[in-house]
Design a protein around this ligand. Structure first.
Ligand code: GDP
Ligand code: MG
Length: 163
């Protein structure tokens, strides 16, 4: 069984963008759980020859999800149960939010390894604002731009180190 990497983070941080970047051209499998408002997406990725399963959580529009932070936390907890490694995504452009802090709190209570991935670091401008994310209590900070495919080599290296 390949290792399972779960993408966790509040809506709009770029989980699905990173998911698509990691799985590339491969197809994702949708698992629709009855009564659950967020579908889970399973994709296969290969990191330096190692097969891993990447799991994206999401499905509602960010607007709708903002109204249901308790539901997001519940889904994060559910996805965590099957994770070997968590990629906890935050957004450098909006900065730290209360929901990020609540997710971090949930993750700190678990024994799962967590990589704190700061997305939307498209340029040096965003690098200047990364310091506040140390407050979440996860190190190192891994700045990436999922959209512009920056920082991904370093992220892949860190993922491999945790498998
Ligand atoms: P999710 O709700 O966490 O799955 O987030 P999405 O992957 O749907 O992305 C939310 C928005 O952020 C979309 O408009 C993306 O194009 C945008 N986005 C994702 N990654 C980046 C990035 O690295 N830089 C910038 N500037 N925008 C990004
Ligand atoms: Mg999404």
């Amino acid at each position: 069984m390949p290792h399972k990497i779960v993408l966790i983070g509040r809506p709009n941080v770029g989980k699905s963008t990173l998911f698509n970047t990691l799985i590339g051209e491969r197809k994702a499998l949708v698992e629709r759980t009855p009564g659950v408002t967020r579908d889970r997406l399973y994709g296969e990725a290969e990191i330096e020859g190692r097969k891993v399963t990447v799991i994206d959580t999401g499905g509602l529009t960010p607007e709708v999800e903002e109204l249901f932070s308790h539901e997001i936390l519940r889904q994060a907890e559910e996805a965590l149960a099957e994770a070997d490694l968590v990629l906890f995504l935050v957004d450098a452009r909006t900065g730290l939010t209360p929901l990020d802090e609540r997710i971090a709190e949930l993750l700190r209570k678990k024994e799962k390894p967590v990589l704190l991935v700061i997305n939307k670091v498209d340029s040096k401008k965003e690098v200047l604002n990364l310091g506040e994310f140390y407050a979440l209590g996860f190190e190192p900070l891994l700045p990436i731009s999922a959209k512009h495919k920056k920082g991904l080599e370093n992220l892949r290296k860190e993922i491999l180190a945790h498998l």
